[in-house]
Design a protein around this ligand. Structure first.
Ligand SMILES: CCCCCCCC/C=C\CC(=O)SCCNC(=O)CCNC(=O)[C@H](O)C(C)(C)COP(=O)(O)OP(=O)(O)OC[C@H]1O[C@@H](n2cnc3c(N)ncnc32)[C@H](O)[C@@H]1OP(=O)(O)O
Length: 238
């Protein structure tokens, strides 16, 4: 990802990510490493400006493109690794959680689904991804608190799989994971992957329209708009 300054996921970046994932699948990609050009941010999550005082049609397109991107990434037949070389809150954490393996550069960055702290709610499929990675108990604690994990905490709880000392080390560890996968029969590998992910995927696939409506209704609430405005101001003041 290369959208300065913080790879916030706006409609354009999501379209680019989704189209890339579609192309990779078509071209029978052997494996993908998702990382960031920024030296300190993997992705700042959803672009708050897409949710603040939104145009209804654009907000719908934004959300359905996020859903498409997630579905493509989460269900990709080829192996995927997140080389998390910077902070990874909210939607950034979702991208990392949707890959099969996570290597994160330590020690100073943070990762987590922090939505509750912002006065918004992580959608059920974000929650499912966290639950699948760290288990029911830890996920409930993390989601209700909107907890951002340090790299050490993330490793301990199973949110990431390995710690790297810098980006080059993260890429090298990610390549090791892909090398290990490359010796396996591809169809057997991807069938097992989809079997593990099917229930989580189907939950969104069967409820896409309701999920979109919930998002549009939620961001139309004056209280939510106030919370987003205050949060944007805090970020700008910083
Ligand atoms: C019931 C179902 C309902 C569904 C409801 C909605 C569900 C929503 C789901 C997911 C939500 C999200 O993903 S919300 C986004 C959450 N993200 C964050 O909280 C991260 C915010 N950003 C930061 O903490 C920091 O920016 C950083 C740690 C990522 C990087 O820090 P750094 O110091 O390097 O950079 P700055 O803070 O100075 O930021 C630079 C610049 O970028 C702007 N910025 C940062 N984050 C965002 C963002 N997410 N969206 C838009 N813009 C962002 C920041 O304001 C600065 O702008 P200026 O240079 O103009 O000041």
């Amino acid at each position: 990802m290369q959208k300065p300054p913080v790879n916030s996921l706006n409609l354009d970046l999501l379209v680019a990510l989704r189209d890339t994932l579609v192309k990779l699948e078509k071209e029978k990609c052997k494996g993908m490493i998702l990382t960031s050009e920024s030296p300190s941010v993997f992705s700042a999550g959803l672009d708050i400006m897409e949710m603040y005082r939104p145009d209804h049609n654009r907000a719908r397109k934004f959300w359905t493109t996020l859903q498409d991107t997630w579905i493509k990434l989460y269900s990709s037949p080829y192996p995927t690794v997140a080389a998390i070389n910077g902070h990874s809150p909210a939607g950034g954490c979702l991208l990392a959680l949707s890959c099969e393996y996570r290597v994160m550069v330590g020690p100073k960055f943070t990762i987590g689904l922090n939505e509750t702290q912002l006065g918004i709610v992580a959608p059920f499929w974000f929650q499912d991804c966290m639950r699948n990675a760290i288990g029911e108990r830890q996920a409930e604690l993390a989601l209700t608190l909107g907890k951002m994990f340090s790299v050490d905490e993330a490793l301990k709880v199973g949110l990431i799989d390995e710690i790297a000392k810098d980006k080059a080390d993260a890429i090298s560890k990610a390549e090791d994971f892909l090398d290990e996968q490359s010796g396996l029969p591809a169809l057997a590998r991807s069938t097992v992957k989809v079997a593990f992910r099917e229930a989580t995927l189907n939950r969104l696939l069967k409820n896409r329209e309701a999920d979109t409506k919930m998002f549009l209704d939620f961001i139309s609430m004056p209280k939510v708009q106030q919370a987003l405005e205050m949060y944007m101001q805090t970020l700008k003041k910083k």
